[in-house]
Ligand binder design. Structure first.
Ligand SMILES: [Zn+2]
Length: 223
């Protein structure tokens, strides 16, 4: 799931601006597939993505490995989503320094890895939760714990007690990373990674087309 709350006033301003931006956005050199499903269903119509060409640094909070491996699941999700952009609009890169992280992934059993931002952080009982906070058209930067720098745009919390197998964790992580690269919605089709309760870890053509379309548009919110 995605939470990207904004005040009614901010929302109204963006909705007025959106048609103006959309008219000037498309890259004429690349044919963009249609959305297979709405990538803004969880954001009230707001389209978000990284700035074009961004190198997105992903940090996984280390933990004592039980039966399943979170870092491995993140690495596979990163590889899978990196294969989707048509023009390297983003590149996900796993890093080992939390202080440099644009995205932090952690398990529910660990402390929250960033200082709380302006929007409520409320994963409640979700198996997976992807958080960012829109602020003036950008994702607010958050301060990782033990750091003095505001660097982190997105926090992903997974609950590994809900994933009994590595395959289940891989699917969950792939889904949340899909949110983190610009898909702010869910597919109604059970076989897609972006289905609410995903069972696969490799983006389908429908997932890929949806993200590729997002990447060809101007964003309401730049991560
Ligand atoms: Zn979701």
């Amino acid at each position: 799931m995605v939470r990207s709350p904004s005040s009614p006033r901010q929302l109204a301003r963006r909705l007025v601006l959106a048609p103006l931006i959309a008219a000037a956005c498309d890259n004429p050199t690349v044919v963009r597939p249609d959305f297979a499903y709405d990538p803004t269903g969880l954001t009230g119509g707001q389209l978000y993505r990284w700035s074009t060409g961004a190198r997105v640094r992903v940090f996984v909070e280390p933990m004592v490995s039980g039966g399943v491996d979170l870092a491995g699941a993140v690495q596979r999700a990163v590889s899978a989503w990196n294969a989707v952009p048509q023009e390297r609009e983003f590149t996900l890169d796993v890093v080992t320094n939390r202080d440099l992280a644009d995205v932090i992934v952690y398990d529910r059993s660990l402390p929250q890895p960033v200082a709380t931002g302006s929007c409520p952080f409320n994963p409640s009982g979700a198996a997976g939760y992807t958080y960012f906070c829109p602020l003036n058209g950008r994702a607010e930067r958050l301060r990782p714990i033990a750091s003095s720098v505001l660097t982190t745009a997105i926090v992903i919390r997974v609950d590994m007690t809900t994933t009994a197998t590595q395959a289940a964790l891989d699917a969950l992580v792939a889904h949340e990373v899909g949110h983190a690269v610009g898909i702010g919605g869910h597919s109604p089709q059970t076989t897609d990674v972006m289905y609410t309760r995903p069972t696969v870890r490799t983006p389908t053509d429908r997932d890929r087309n949806t993200l590729r379309n997002v990447l060809g548009r101007a964003a309401d919110i730049t991560l």
